[in-house]
Structure formats: structure tokens, C-alpha cells
Design a protein around this ligand. Sequence first.
Ligand code: IMP
Length: 209
Amino acid sequence: MNPYKFYISSENEGKVKEILKFLHEEIRPPFSANVLTLNSLDESQKNKYNPVENGISFLENARIKARALYSILREPVLADDSGLEVDALNGEPGVFSSRYEKTDELRIGRLLRELTDFQQQMRSARFISCLCFIDKFGNEIFFNGKVEGIIIDQPRGNHGFGYDPVFYYPPLNKTFGELTPDEKQNVSHRSHALKLFVHFLAKYIEFSA
Ligand code: IMP
């Protein structure tokens, strides 16, 4: 069986790295996949790629990113929209997680300032991932994952990306920033969604062969 080729529609390096690692390890024989990133687009395709993430939900933004690439290539694509929901902030930064501030450091700084007056028991939060897959015919399907944690008041660890250093995960007594890539892969929101996607993809390939 030929490897099933599809593209990841994401400009976020940390995210792409995690998705590639997961897919590389979890798509197993008899299935195989050739997973490409935006790096394999030619210049004119790159210039056309411009997803405007103005949706009001993770699902809408995942769809916008997947459609942006599908409309250029007409080939199967996978996109992830993800973010951090903090209960004490009424779910913010949520879909605005990447636009909360300009850099990861500034985003974490703002988050900690907003939470200054909240004690640990009031700092519950979750990471959410919504994946949108579009097949070569333009059919779309979504997969969701989440993981619960607590926002601590000082960054810890330098693994991962984004809000990982302030997202404390009680079952492992570590922040996501302190987890190795393998440890994060076992428990993350993105992995939960990717697991569902890989399960779907195996069936999809089997029945389209
Ligand atoms: P997106 O590329 O618009 O989906 O942005 C997602 C943003 O949410 C990222 O830029 C991070 O700030 C945050 N985020 C999503 N997933 C993770 C994660 O696994 N760890 C840390 N931050 C994350």
C-alpha cells in the first residue's frame, strides 16, 4: 500500500514538531503516511497561503486553516487550532491564545498578571486542541482533545512551547514545560485529538484502497 500523503497546515513550529512526532510513531504498518509541512510548498503556493483566523471557536479556526491550504493544493490536509482556557478568566485566552501578546514570554507574563489575585485552587485551566482533516474530495472531519491542569505563578521547565512552563499537570507533579517530549505526548490535548485522527485515518485508508 502506498503511503497516504497529506499536509499539515500550521506555521507554529512547536505544534508541527509534536504532530510529526506523534504521527511518525503512531501510524503503523500496514498503514503508512507521507506527512508534509508548509516547507514543501513552492514560492507561489506559499504566497497564496494566508489563513485569517477570525473564527469564534477552535473548530472554526481549525477549519479556516485547513481550508486555506486545501484551496491551494486540493490534496488532503490536517490543521490544529488549540489554546488555553482559564476558568478564572472566563475561558480566556481561549481562541486568542496565540494573539494574547506577541511572544510566548509576553503571553505568559500577561497571563500571570491577570491571575495575580487568584490563589492556586482558583487557577484551573485546560488546553484544548481541535483538529480538522480535509480529504482530497473536500470532505471535512473534526477531532477534539483536552487536558486539565492548573496555572502556577512562576514558569518552570524549558521543554515544549507556548504556555507549557506555567501549565501544571497534577498527575505527573510537573508543568508541561518540565515534561520530556515523550511524556507530553502521552498526556497532551493534541495527542488525545491525534489519537482519534489516527484511528480514523487507518479506517479511511483501508476503505478507500
Ligand atoms: P494556534 O496556532 O492559533 O492554534 O495557536 C495556539 C496557541 O495556543 C499557541 O501559540 C500557544 O500559545 C497555545 N498552545 C496551544 N497548544 C499548546 C501547547 O501544547 N502548549 C503550550 N501552548 C499551547
